[in-house]
Design a binder for this molecule. Structure first.
Ligand SMILES: C[S@@+](CC[C@H](N)C(=O)[O-])C[C@H]1O[C@@H](n2cnc3c(N)ncnc32)[C@H](O)[C@@H]1O
Length: 225
């Protein structure tokens, strides 16, 4: 998990490549375009509340968080967001240093301190904006306990693919997803894996499919009933 290399994807936005799992953190065809489509358009904009909680499975580079923060910054009426990232393998300063420079070329984040974003947020909640609070938790997804972290309105399910981590696309994870979401809460993911869809349905989700990012045929949006 520790061998991560900075890559620049086809739309110019940065991502990381995990050399051990041979997995990229985003689509090589465009990290920014993929995140915008899967998590902002088909996640953030599905929530009709002004005050809500988001949980991300796989904080990684923080790109999904930054794009969400930009929406929170620019939207009227103002929406207040509490964002909790779950990440077992947080980035070290040597890994995020150059990544942050590249991210700044794509998303204007220079008023945020990267040390607060990638390190302090794992120790305590960090107020990135008056209406945006970030907290990160360094644990295994399979050990998430809603009694400790509470429940959420939106889940960005951004784990590595099932070919690399099949244990994250089974019944156990589907149950954890159901447990961390409020009734009416939404899970969005780049995947359309049929066995995960069935596992979600068994756990009280209504699952819909929409066109995926960058020409990908389908992705899933699931609502907790
Ligand atoms: C696809 S990447 C996430 C990309 C991220 N959302 C971004 O925008 O950069 C998957 C993430 O899951 C993390 N991860 C892998 N296995 C995990 C586990 N069992 N528990 C918690 N995090 C895990 C990886 O370290 C990686 O950051």
């Amino acid at each position: 998990m520790e061998f991560r290399k900075l890559i620049i994807t086809e739309d110019g936005s940065p991502s990381l490549h995990n050399e051990e799992l041979k997995e990229s953190y985003h689509s090589r065809r465009g990290a920014l375009a993929e995140s915008q489509h899967v998590f902002i358009k088909n996640g953030f904009y599905k929530i009709n509340k002004n005050n809500f909680r988001i949980i991300e499975f796989g904080f990684g580079t923080g790109l999904n968080c930054l794009l969400t923060l930009l929406e929170a910054k620019n939207q009227t009426p103002m929406r207040t967001i509490e964002y909790v990232g779950v990440e077992k393998f947080p980035l070290k300063a040597s890994e995020y240093y150059n990544l942050w420079i590249e991210l700044n070329k794509q998303v204007a984040v220079d008023d945020i301190n990267p040390k607060d974003f990638y390190e302090k947020s794992f120790e305590m909640p960090v107020e990135l904006l008056s209406n945006f609070l970030l907290k990160n938790i360094s644990i295994d997804f399979l050990k998430i306990n809603p009694e400790v972290i509470g429940t959420f309105d939106l889940l960005y399910f951004d784990c590595f693919g099932a070919q690399a981590q099949p244990e994250l696309w089974g019944e156990d994870m589907a149950k954890i997803c159901a447990d961390v979401l409020n009734t009416g809460g939404v899970l969005t993911t780049y995947s359309s894996k049929a066995s995960f869809r069935r596992a979600l349905e068994k756990n009280n989700f209504q699952v819909g499919k929409v066109p995926g990012a960058l020409g990908k045929r389908e992705m899933m949006i699931a609502t907790k009933l």
